[in-house]
Design a protein around this ligand. Structure first.
Ligand code: GRF
Length: 204
């Protein structure tokens, strides 16, 4: 059984896509062993509960208030994730940039979903940034990617899967977001299948 930890900060629609794929037998041999949220009000927590998946709520504020560095938070979270015997860490709408204190514990075992094409719009506002770039005529489409997180670079690791997403003249930010999220849900499951397939080939 391959154990996933899915890290979320909000709605959790990408977590839901993984939970549904597991439930539908579309990710055989895979289990969501843990969901971590750094936001207490993240709706994704409810999604995990409905599927009987253990949830850890792990906010950074106590570390900040205690004047403790981000690396302490990351190292402590890595130990918690390890305690669930996790093989792969999936950052699905996870609004926190890990230092090596976390990354080194899961070398080449972290996937990040980002709603932009490689090298285009890093950071937390990728969809809005793409929409603005389209409106000023700088781009004609945007996209989604899933990449490995080998180091502290933001939204910039080796790409496992990517897909272009068209922007239409009558799009609003909301219609573009909906089109992007629909691609994310499919691409994230596909990327997980890809890395597990590569791992099986390596181990065979
Ligand atoms: C997604 O667009 C994700 O790529 C971005 O934040 C959004 C969260 O989606 N980081 P959800 O929480 O999975 O619904």
């Amino acid at each position: 059984m391959v154990n996933l930890a899915v890290l979320i900060s909000g709605n959790g629609s990408n977590l839901q896509a993984i939970l549904d794929a597991v439930a539908d037998g579309d990710l055989p041999g895979v289990k969501v062993a843990l969901v971590v949220s750094n936001r207490k009000d993240a709706y994704g927590i409810q999604r995990a509960f409905k599927h009987g998946v253990p949830v850890v709520y792990f906010p950074k504020l106590p570390y900040t208030n205690a004047g403790r560095p981000r690396a302490d938070y990351d190292a402590d979270l890595a130990r918690i994730v390890q305690s669930f015997d996790v093989d792969w860490v999936i950052q699905a709408g996870w609004m926190h940039i890990f230092t090596n204190a976390f990354i080194r514990v899961f070398p080449n075992r972290i996937l990040n979903l980002h709603p932009a094409l490689p090298g285009m719009f890093p950071g937390a506002h990728a969809i809005a940034d793409a929409f603005a770039a389209y409106q000023r005529g700088a781009i004609e489409h945007t996209g989604v990617m899933v990449h490995l997180v080998p180091d502290e670079a933001v939204d910039a690791g080796p790409v496992v899967a990517q897909e272009a997403v068209p922007i239409l003249p009558d799009d609003t930010l909301e219609t573009l977001e909906a089109r992007i999220h629909a691609v994310e849900h499919r691409l994230l499951v596909s990327a997980i299948k890809t890395v597990l397939h590569i791992e099986n080939l390596r181990n065979s």
